[in-house]
Ligand binder design. Structure first.
Ligand SMILES: [Fe+2]
Ligand SMILES: [Fe+2]
Length: 393
């Protein structure tokens, strides 16, 4: 594959970019070493990365195969989940509480949605791309819009996954709690959509890699895989991104919106840790645990390496002076994205440890990719939403 990618530089830029996109998709499939993990991810990978199913402009149908778990005895079985349910009920808020009358101008340098330091423009200049101040503001605003669009798409996935998990989970207290999460995710879809639609007037399509993760967990019949995928991985990713944006934005409406969403998400990840710890350490076999351990590692890598805002690149630079591969390097090295990855993994890795998916068997692989530095952090059940916000502030 390396030989192919170096050969591709003899092609015209536009073809180089097409080859690069295919090679990246193939690389994902080649990277996944475990056959069971590959069979779980590959069909979604083909639908997302090669067929671009999320970008066809028509609704996507994803078959779901889980079974709904009924219990006619209504047990009080999980005090920690019951407590979360109580907290979730009193923590409800409405979108009308947000200051929607705020005037938002994404290109106003006085009130930046993302600060200039988020992108390292000198790296673009080194590649011969010189943007004036106005263009810099616009690119920053587009990056923010891209992130918020991905949040919105992720929230749609979270809404459906929360509904599925509420049906499928075996803990009765978990079902009641789950009902509040469905409501929370519905509200998140509402507020992100409203912000994009009325303040930024723009929506980016779903990133192919985010599509792959959502597709793979929606169509997986095992509730704990949905849980692991959505409550731990995608919610971990979202919390990392929300916190980065919350910390960096100067725009008051967005800051308030993110603050409210982060408080909800803190409960969601807490629930994920609580339910999976119980299930993974007590219920499933060693073989099943290993499969989940490998799956989580692969998805963590996918999240680290692959959210590169190609949709922004396509709009700004494709066919121009910058190749897709050069953009990838820029996005990987740019300070805002590095911070996002750091916040994301400092939350995610301790959660994986806590639910029993970081045993000695897998640790060397995390070590190899530089993620072990986050191992000793606090898991979501030990951090309050207030602490998450003040960490990020
Ligand atoms: Fe959410
Ligand atoms: Fe959530």
């Amino acid at each position: 594959m390396a030989a192919l990618s170096s050969l591709s530089r003899f092609l015209p830029k536009k073809m180089q970019n097409t080859v690069d996109a295919y090679l990246e998709a193939l690389e994902l499939l080649a990277e996944v070493k475990d056959a069971r993990v590959l069979s779980a991810l590959a069909p979604a990978g083909i639908r997302g990365l090669l067929l671009h199913r999320g970008k066809q402009g028509v609704p996507t149908q994803m078959p779901a195969t889980h079974s709904a778990h009924f219990d006619w005895t209504y047990p009080s079985d999980q005090p920690e989940m019951a407590e979360l349910y109580q907290r979730a009920k009193t923590g409800q808020w409405t979108s009308e509480q947000l200051p929607w009358n705020t005037n938002v101008d994404p290109e106003n340098p006085e009130v930046q949605i993302l600060p200039e330091k988020f992108l390292d423009f000198t790296k673009l200049e080194a590649r011969g791309i010189h943007l004036n101040d106005r263009e810099k503001q616009r690119l920053l605003a587009d990056m923010a819009t891209w992130m918020l669009s991905q949040f919105l798409h992720g929230e749609q996935g979270a809404l459906f996954a929360a509904a599925q998990v509420t049906e499928a989970v075996q803990f009765f207290d978990g079902k009641l709690y789950g009902a509040t999460q469905v409501m929370d995710e519905g509200r998140h879809v509402e507020v992100f959509n409203r912000y994009l639609d009325t303040k930024l007037n723009k929506l980016y399509q779903i990133n192919d890699n985010l599509f792959v993760i959502i597709d793979s967990l929606m169509s997986d019949g095992r509730w704990d895989m949905k849980f692991l995928g959505m409550q731990i991985m995608v919610e971990g990713l979202a919390l990392g991104a929300f916190s980065t944006l919350y910390k960096q934005t100067e725009e008051p409406l967005l800051k308030e919106l993110l603050k409210m969403v982060i408080q909800d998400e803190a409960r969601h990840v807490h629930y994920g840790v609580c339910a999976l710890r119980e299930h993974i350490t007590k219920t499933i076999s060693q073989r099943e645990r290993e499969e989940r351990e490998d799956w989580a590692f692969e998805v963590a890598l996918l999240m680290r390496n692959r959210f590169m805002a190609y949709e922004v690149y396509d709009e700004w630079f494709s066919g121009g002076k910058l190749s897709r591969a050069e953009w990838r390097q820029f996005a990987q090295e740019t300070p805002g994205m590095q911070m996002f990855r750091q916040v994301m993994f400092s939350r995610l890795v301790p959660n994986l440890r806590e639910i029993g998916l970081m045993t000695d068997r897998i640790l060397p692989r995390y070590e190899e990719v530089g993620l072990m530095q986050y191992f000793d952090g606090r898991a979501a059940d030990k951090i309050t939403a207030a602490e998450m916000l003040s960490d990020a502030a």
